[in-house]
Design a protein. Structure first.
Length: 888
């Protein structure tokens, strides 16, 4: 190519900003500036024969130019006006330096002559500006002698830099050049093969290596790489063929390296991507191979075990079909796939549930059941009778849909233990589900499996644990369930307790019906009121009111103490708690309706005793038996000729005394001293009421709480004020109204009651009244404090104290009638517990006393009241002196 090209001595120069056109390279450029458009127009477009132009690299003025030779030309809008001069410096590179204020153009001193292969002209709309698209081919290097402007563009006087033919022949003889060529060829060959392999182009490109001279090929190769401007310039400057070849070899090698590195990275990434797919395929293959060999891995072993467990679970057919479907789905999943584990846990539950497995029903022996109830529980005659009736019906008609028994009463009265006795009598397993605080329906019915962390409800979970389908299930504290936004547990319980519906109980998690009809349900509650009526309707309520101190004593002596001793590894030989001590515990340490705290206190005594007994155990006990044994050993040893060290005993000490110095022959007996040491000082005494009513304005009431009956003091106080009534003690609306009624009644009867001298006098004149119900942290409500409030107010206004031995309960109307109240039995028992001697009750509540044990009634004077005056008559010492004045 270059050999046949005759370069003119002057060439129009197209500046190439930060780029180099190397010989052999083809580029396409778009000319838009006025000077370049002019150049193309005059030098290429208008000439018939496509002419040559020079491409001269130009460096941006911002670039660091210190290292490279430059031709500087003052730039402006109109190059004609500026003259350009060639400066030939001392070095090979000429320097043309002309500055103006705006721009310095750094021309490179060498360029490449180029031929236009294609030209196209365009006119931009709407400006009408002419642009050219030019395809140029680099031909050969030249060096610039001088640079001047012709019209709007530059021209340069040039000298060609390509070698002559003779020069070429000479160089080709050079051994250095030969070895360099060989090296370049080999590297270029390698690059070609790599590229061909990648692009699958066959061996066509390799032909180039054979046909084109190597020094040209060097330019062509380098032109195709993405290399820096500096490297391009240095390639352009490599006029010497050896230098050019060695530079090109270096660049080709570098390119090869980068291709190899890029390939490695791609392979790595591809490898990672397909790893999981590969694993999957390998697993499938492994599974197939193992199947062929009849060899299952652990996971499959597990699944087979699960399947056989499911088969043996005795599921109903519809459930079995569903379970099989789910199992098939599980088998298709990989253990690491999401959903595998949850599905598996679900199937395990299906397999574990007692679909048919039941405890063997014993032939119900009513006599034995009665005996068992009697041995486990003292008293409770009516309750036990009702339980026996219940069992008798079950015996005659095992599938009878009797009501669910619900034991209602304060804590510690034996509700749970009665339920477990029922289970024992029926020979069934017993399970307790605590419903206290359950507000979420899902607690009973479970969460749907679509939720993360979903679980079955308490019933299904309990049945899985108990592993039989006919246990006795105790629904404990059924009155403590509440409903909120998360649904209503009571509605789920309705389904559980309804014999019509519980055959197909639907747990959301289980999602298949489960038959609960074989389960015997028993419920417990502290109060009846909070139980939703629909639920209450399904149950038969059996009330357990609480025990009298005498009953508690018997329960303690017969049941609690033996059980507590046994639980602590003691016996009556090692610890004895006498009746008097138990009585003290009942009266001074516990004041409860049930026996839970009593049991707890007895357990505390047993624990303290256990420590003592365990300590003494460490001293070697030498009882008489031991003594005999010891002398035998001594004799045997002597017979054997062994030497024995013998203890010298003081003369005159009897055999009995010796043994008793080493043994604890007598059991530990709890006395008052030990009692105080272990349980602390007494917590309650009978003097509490007497101490609290020493000032006028305090009366003693009886209330009913979830813990059973309680004594409640009412305190009234007057102070300077504007006639207002203040109430404190966490009171509900009903009790607040009772206080208003009480005050109104007292004010309206002030004269009759001799609280004021005339009817005109306002009792509240210049003063406020404050009524407080102590134990301010406990919420209180209900109408039964009516008469107690009036008594407190009368005591306050009359400045007379009420009787400390008298407690009262009753609702009062505005006109002073005393109305009946609930919980009579519990309240009377509470009064008895507190050591109260007289109880004022609404007359219409007298019938309720039939339920109160006669032992309690024997210790109490019950005073019926019809009107408020009856109450006042008995509440104060010496009766009611103002009675004759009453107009009522
Ligand atoms: P609840 O369920 O009513 O709160 P528990 O059934 O847990 O009460 O009873 C508390 C303790 O008191 C248990 O150890 C129970 O055996 C015992 N207990 C309650 N009443 C009696 C009774 N009448 N005879 C014997 N032990 C009783």
């Amino acid at each position: 190519m270059a050999e046949s090209i005759e370069l003119p001595s002057r060439l129009a120069i197209l500046p190439f900003r930060n780029k180099v056109l190397l010989p052999g390279a083809i580029i396409r450029i778009r000319c838009t500036s006025s000077s370049s458009v002019k150049l193309v127009e005059q030098e290429l477009w208008q000439k018939e024969e496509k002419g040559l132009i020079g491409i001269l690299p130009v460096r941006d003025s911002a670039e660091n130019v210190s290292a490279s030779p430059v031709i500087a030309q003052g730039g402006g809008t109109d190059p004609i006006e500026r003259s350009s001069k060639l400066h030939t410096g001392s070095s090979e590179s000429p320097k043309l330096v002309e500055r103006n204020h705006q721009e310095v153009i750094h021309w490179h001193p060498r360029g490449v002559a180029a031929r236009a292969l294609h030209l196209s002209r365009g006119v931009e709309k709407p400006s009408g500006r002419v642009t050219y698209m030019v395809v140029l081919e680099g031909l050969c290097r030249f060096s610039v002698q001088d640079l001047s402007t012709r019209g709007t563009y530059y021209t340069a006087r040039i000298t060609p830099l390509e070698m002559t033919k003779a020069g070429m022949e000479l160089v080709e003889q050079d051994p250095d050049f030969i070895s360099l060529s060989r090296h370049f060829k080999a590297t270029a060959m390698e690059l070609m093969s790599v590229l061909e392999q990648k692009q699958k182009t066959g061996g066509r490109t390799k032909v180039l290596l054979e046909t084109i001279p190597l020094h040209k090929l060097a330019d062509i190769f380098v032109a195709s790489f993405e290399i820096s401007f500096e490297e391009q310039l240095s390639m352009l400057d490599s006029v010497d063929l050896k230098v050019r070849l060695s530079k090109a070899t270096e660049l080709v090698e570098r390119h090869l390296q980068s291709i190899h590195v890029a390939e490695k990275i791609t392979q790595k990434v591809e490898g990672q991507l397909s790893k999981s797919q590969k694993e999957f395929l390998l697993r499938q293959q492994m599974r197939a191979i193992k199947e062929e060999l009849g060899d299952n891995d652990d996971d499959e072993d597990d699944l087979t075990a699960l399947e056989s467990k499911m088969q043996n679970a005795g599921m109903p057919s519809n459930v079995w079909k569903h379970a099989q479907r789910e199992l098939r789905r599980l088998k298709k999943l990989q253990p690491q796939q999401p959903g595998y584990n949850s599905l598996r846990v679900y199937l395990e539950l299906l397999a574990d549930l007692p679909w048919q497995k039941a405890s063997e029903e014993l032939e119900l022996d009513l006599k034995a059941a009665k005996e068992r109830l009697d041995t486990d529980h003292y008293g409770l005659v009516k309750v036990k009778q009702r339980i026996i009736e219940y069992l008798a019906v079950r015996k005659l008609k095992p599938d009878a849909r009797g009501p669910v028994l619900c034991f209602v009463g304060p804590p510690g009265v034996g509700k749970t233990s009665l339920a477990s006795s029922i289970a024992a009598a029926l020979g069934r397993k017993f399970m307790r589900i605590s419903l206290g605080g359950v507000k979420d329906e899902a607690d009973i019915r479970g969460h749907r499996r679509t939720y993360i962390g979903s679980m079955p409800g308490r019933l299904i979970d309990g049945l899985k644990r108990v592993a039989v389908c006919n246990p006795v299930i105790l629904l404990d504290e059924i009155d403590k369930t509440g409903s909120d936004v998360r649904g209503d547990p009571a509605s789920a319980l309705l389904e559980v307790l309804d014999p019509e519906q519980n055959k197909t109980f639907n747990d959301h998690y289980l999602n298949v019906p489960f038959d609960l009809s074989k389960v015997v349900f028993v419920a417990t509650a502290n109060k009846m009121q909070p139980i939703p009526p629909a639920l209450l309707d399904r149950m038969e309520v059996i009330e357990l009111p609480g025990y009298t101190p005498e009953e508690k004593l018997k329960i303690a002596m017969r049941h609690l103490i033996p059980r507590v001793l046994d639980q602590h590894g003691l016996s009556s030989d090692s610890l004895q708690i006498p009746e008097e001590i138990v009585k003290i515990v009942i009266q001074e340490y516990t004041r409860e309706a049930g026996v839970r705290n009593l049991e707890r206190n007895l357990a505390a005594l047993a624990r303290a005793a256990a420590v003592k007994v365990a300590e003494q155990d460490q001293i070697v006990p030498l009882s008489q038996d031991m003594h005999r044994l010891a002398s035998q050993v001594v004799e045997n040893s002597l017979a054997g000729g062994a030497e024995v060290e013998m203890e010298v005993l003081p003369v005159g000490v009897s055999q009995h005394e010796i043994s008793s110095t080493f043994t604890i022959s007598s059991p530990l007996v709890v006395d008052e001293e030990m009692l105080e040491k272990v349980l602390g000082p007494p917590k309650f005494d009978d003097k509490e009421a007497a101490e609290r009513v020493v000032t006028p304005g305090v009366s003693v009431g009886l209330v009913w709480t979830t813990l059973g009956g309680e004594v409640q003091f009412v305190e009234a106080s007057a102070m300077v004020g504007k006639g207002e009534l203040h109430l404190t003690g966490q009171l509900g609306d009903v009790i607040k109204e009772s206080a208003q009624i009480a005050l109104t009644w007292v004010r309206s009867r002030a004269a009759d009651l001799r609280l004021a001298s005339t009817e005109e006098i306002n009792l509240l004149h210049g003063r406020d009244i404050h009524i407080h119900f102590p134990a301010g942290a406990v919420p209180k409500d209900g109408p039964s404090a009516g008469i107690t409030l009036v008594t407190a107010l009368v005591s306050l206004f009359s400045q007379r104290t009420v009787r400390a031995d008298t407690a009262m309960t009753g609702e009062m109307t505005l006109r002073g009638l005393v109305l009946p109240i609930g919980g009579t039995k519990d309240k009377v028992l509470a009064a008895h517990r507190y050591g109260i001697k007289r109880v004022i009750l609404p007359e219409r509540n007298l019938k309720d006393l039939a339920e109160v044990p006669s032992a309690v009634l024997a210790n109490l004077e019950i005073i019926p009241a019809k009107r408020m005056e009856d109450v006042l008559e008995h509440a104060f010492d010496g009766g009611c002196p103002w009675r004759q004045h009453s107009k009522l």
